[in-house]
Design a protein around this ligand. Structure first.
Ligand code: ATP
Ligand code: MG
Ligand code: MG
Length: 416
């Protein structure tokens, strides 16, 4: 547990919307966040900490500079340099004392660089999960190197999986940028053009009934032994064009035992990782009710945004702070509301396409439901996540969905 006489400083790699919501959660707890990112990044706009560092979270020198003023380092994005984190973890960082002498300071890193490194490569991530007995979709590595080598590897994957199947980049993908559905051999040409210079893999197509996600908190003692693994309630996620557009709690039309299984699968995934914090586990549910893990995010996640209002005593952001600082954590995480919906605000064709949606959200008041707009301070670009709206209700998810219909219709119309 942190010593109250020395307020903790959490160094955060990245200062986008996740960092911004982490800062919002940290403020009432008097936890300082030092941010490493570009000057006017979303989280920096609301956190004028002199310890903030301007630069890239991919730059090892800047990461060391941030570490020098932090007690704990954490991330809002997994696409970072894990080598420097491994070095800082092993050796600490050099700091100059008030007397001018150089000393070494220990800095802990949560989640562990081992988790970040594993998760960075989606193929390795799923091989590991599979080796631990976690159900995942079949996958095979795709060979690149020349057009002919890649084409024969694409054919091999097609023979193994049949059409369609999913071609995925092993690294740096997000919001479906890095995925290509292969529906027939005519897609090989675009696959070779777009993925030929990347390291990639083939994944069996999962004809899922729905997608679920669960945020799971992992706490650890100072020696790295698991203390507890605590899941949030399971949510249903809707992806359109590979991007999460909406989240529903509780999941609609999912049997309670399937939701419970998903919660258990999510917890067993996070039990196999290293370090403290919150982790997202994305899953597919098949028509038979089987749960397959799609991927992990080792940080707060879009599918957990509704926890700010739906689990107000311990949102995913407060949970991240509480877990990495090893503060007291609740026995269980349950919603304080009957139902909740999150609608992403994705940038439209015009910079102001989202105004009508936001105005509508600001105008909705009722006794049984609440509407909470969140804007991230980002410039709008087509398809970019620039905010979200959460609704909570003391009513069924079906009633809340009906109430949310005008917002859903406006959000959907912006995508056209
Ligand atoms: P994220 O922003 O969640 O990190 P990502 O770029 O890593 O996205 P994935 O999670 O791999 O992408 O895929 C995005 C979406 O594409 C999934 O949520 C799902 O809707 C669809 N998808 C991915 N893999 C498959 C599959 N094997 N079969 C069917 N649909 C899939
Ligand atoms: Mg991903
Ligand atoms: Mg995903």
């Amino acid at each position: 547990m942190a010593n109250p006489s020395t307020p903790p400083v959490i160094g955060l790699l990245g200062a986008g919307q996740l960092g911004r919501m982490l800062v919002e959660a940290a403020s009432p707890l008097d936890v300082q966040i030092a941010l490493l990112d570009a000057a006017n990044a979303p989280a920096k706009q609301i956190n004028s900490n002199p310890l903030n560092v301007t630069g890239s979270f991919k730059d090892p020198a800047k990461i060391r500079e941030l570490a020098a003023s932090s007690s704990v380092l954490t991330v809002e994005i997994e696409h970072i340099d894990t080598k420097v984190l491994e070095e800082i973890d092993a050796e600490g960082v050099q700091i100059t004392g008030s007397d001018g002498a150089a000393t070494t300071k220990k800095v802990t890193i949560h989640p562990s660089w081992r988790t970040l490194r594993l998760v960075q490569d989606k193929f390795d991530q799923k091989e590991y999960l599979s080796s631990q007995g976690i159900p995942v979709a079949d996958q095979i590595a795709i060979k690149t190197g020349s057009d002919a080598i890649m084409e024969s590897s694409l054919k091999e994957a097609s023979d193994k999986f049949g059409f369609p199947w999913m071609l995925k980049s092993r690294k740096d993908s997000y919001d479906g940028r890095g995925n290509l559905k292969i529906s027939s051999p005519t897609d090989f040409e675009i696959a070779i053009k777009d993925f030929g210079s990347l390291s990639c893999y083939a994944e069996r197509w999962v004809p899922f009934e729905c997608e679920l996600a669960v945020m799971v908190v992992r706490t650890e003692d100072a020696e790295g032994n698991t203390k507890r693994v605590i899941p949030f309630p399971v949510v249903e996620t809707i992806h359109e064009d590979n991007v999460c557009s909406k989240v529903f709690y509780p999941p609609r039309g999912v049997a309670p035992e399937v939701a419970q299984r998903a919660r258990e699968v999510g917890s067993s995934v996070v039990a196999k990782l290293w370090g403290r914090g919150v982790f997202a586990v994305e899953m597919f549910v098949t028509s038979k009710g089987d749960v397959l893990v799609n991927e992990i995010a080792p940080r707060p996640h879009n599918s957990g945004h509704l926890s700010i209002e739906a689990v107000p005593y311990m949102s995913q952001f407060k949970a991240q702070l509480t877990a990495i600082l090893d503060e007291p954590f609740p026995e269980e995480l349950e919603a304080s509301v009957d139902s909740s919906i999150m609608i992403n605000i994705l940038g439209g064709l015009r910079p102001d396409s989202h105004f009508e949606l936001v105005q509508k959200a600001k105008s909705m008041f009722s006794r049984k439901t609440s509407v909470y707009p969140h804007l991230y301070g980002k410039e709008s670009k087509p398809g970019r996540k620039i905010g979200h709206i959460t609704l909570t209700g003391s009513c069924s998810i079906a009633e809340l969905e009906l109430y949310a219909q005008p917002l859903i219709a406006l959000a959907d119309s912006m995508r056209k």
